[in-house]
Structures are given as C-alpha cells and as structure tokens.
Design a protein around this ligand. Structure first.
Ligand SMILES: [Zn+2]
Length: 274
C-alpha cells in the first residue's frame, strides 16, 4: 500500500509537469472505485481548467485547479497515477484518465479498485468527510512535540498506538512508528500520559527524520515514477529495529525484541528504549 512518502514523491514528480497544463477531457472507464466516481460531476468540475498547484494531505494528492476546484486522488491499496503521452494504449485497470492540453494523459490504474477520484470545492476541502477527522500533518510547519503532547492530553495507552492513530498524526504507519520510537529512545508500550516534553520533542523530530529519509530515498527513483514504474509501499529506510528481532541493536548491541501490539509487530531495543 502506498504510504505518505510515496505520495509526497509522486506529488513532487508530477508537479513540474502538471502545473500550468489544462485538463481538456476526462474519461471514466470504470466508476466502481472505493467511492463510486461520478463521471458527469467530475467532468463538469475539472474539464477546461488549468492546474494551479499540487498539494497533499495525508495520502491524498490534491490537484488544485483554477476557479475553486480541487481534483482529489487517493491510490488506495494498489493504485498508480502516471503521466503518459496521450496516444499510449490504454492498459488493463486504467479506470480514470485525464487528457491534458500538452498532449499527455494522467491515468489511474487500480487493479484492486480501493482508490478514489473526486473533485471538491477547494474552500470546502478541509471540512469534507474525507479530511475533517485527519490529524496533524507531520511534514507541515505546525508539527512538533508540543502539538503531539497537546493531542495526548487526558489520554492513556501506548505511545506506539497513539503515533499510528491517523486522527492524531497522519502517515505514520507501523514501520515508521517503530523506527521513530527507536530513534527517539522511547519504549513502544510507554503510556502517552508518562512522556516528558523533551521526549515528545525527540519523538516529533524522529518522525520527521524517518519520513524525510523515506522521501529522499524514494526521490532517487523519481524518473521511474514519471513513467509509472515506481516501487510501491514503504520506501527503503535504513531499518534499525523493524524486522530485526534477535539481531544486535545498532546502537548498543543488545538483541532487538519483537512484541505484538494491537495485532501489529513492534520491534525495539530493551536497553535503548525506555
Ligand atoms: Zn540498543
């Protein structure tokens, strides 16, 4: 499943090609995605409009169009959004395509059809049901240890589950949460009610580092993305703890331990993480 860093790399790779271009025509070959595509509504809101900017919120790509509309794309489990010459033959599972004035086609291929394509008023994005419940954006300026601590006020429960709660902070999946806690030296089962301000700051810093590293490493395959053959899922981050049960901790040599929290594997160093 594509994670936040992959969507950010996709955003960065598409941005220089799409901004300034105009969507001339929309083709919906199969509307049966996670949320059923409404071809008429989509065409009415996007056709003839020029792309102003590419944004991202959590794992949603936001293609901001002129005159107050935004094209929202989510890749679901298996979606691929790629830009190809307009005359490129249609591929299997290419459910939605946008033909651009420059002679290119932005196409969504999604074999499992968990993706989403819809257009919304830009001014109503934040309040829409898809976005209203989302937590803090970890790569936005407002993200900090203090912001995490504020979200944790009055709560209990393990810090790892808290970190993976998209209502708190978006985009921190199991691997990224595991690695962030390792870097911050925080035990994954520690209660959020028992973390000092300094440790919250270390944790926020570690989350940004881990995500940024994934984006940087994913960015090295940018050209692959442009033609749509990018790797899916987690970008390769150098994993210090995740998947390394029994191997020596890179910091202190103590064997890494594995436990299961809320059905997910967690790996940690019993000496470095308290
Ligand atoms: Zn250690």
């Amino acid at each position: 499943m594509p994670e936040l860093p992959e969507i950010e790399v996709l955003r960065r790779s598409l941005e220089p090609h799409l901004v300034g271009d105009t969507i001339e025509r929309t083709e919906v070959r199969d509307p049966r995605l996670r949320v059923r595509v409404r071809p008429d509504d989509l065409a009415r809101r996007v056709n003839g409009r020029t792309v102003l900017a590419l944004g991202r919120r959590s794992k949603y790509l936001l293609i901001e169009l002129e005159r107050g509309e935004t094209l929202v794309v989510h890749l679901g489990m298996s979606g691929r959004l790629t830009l190809v010459p307009a005359a490129t033959p249609t591929e299997p599972h290419e459910h939605v395509a946008f033909y651009l004035r420059s002679g290119t086609r932005l196409r969504l291929r999604d074999p499992r059809r968990f993706g989403m394509v819809l257009a919304l008023s830009t001014s109503r994005l934040a309040a829409s049901p898809h976005f209203a419940a989302l937590g803090i954006e970890p790569l936005a300026p407002g993200f900090s240890g203090a912001a995490l601590a504020a979200s944790a006020a009055g709560r209990r429960g393990p810090v790892k589950s808290f970190l993976m709660d998209a209502g708190v902070v978006v985009g921190v999946g199991n691997i990224y949460a595991t690695e962030s806690l390792f870097r911050a030296g925080i035990h994954p089962t520690r209660s959020v009610s028992r973390l000092s301000a300094a440790r919250w700051e270390r944790l926020a810093g570690a989350v940004v580092e881990v995500l940024s590293q994934a984006i940087t490493q994913g960015g090295t395959t940018l050209s692959d993305f442009a033609d749509g053959e990018g790797n899916s899922g987690y970008f390769q981050v150098s994993l210090a703890a995740y998947g390394r049960a029994g191997e020596p901790c890179p910091a202190c040599g103590t064997p890494i331990r594995r436990i299961v929290q809320s059905g997910r594997s967690t790996f940690y160093c019993p000496r470095c993480q308290r």
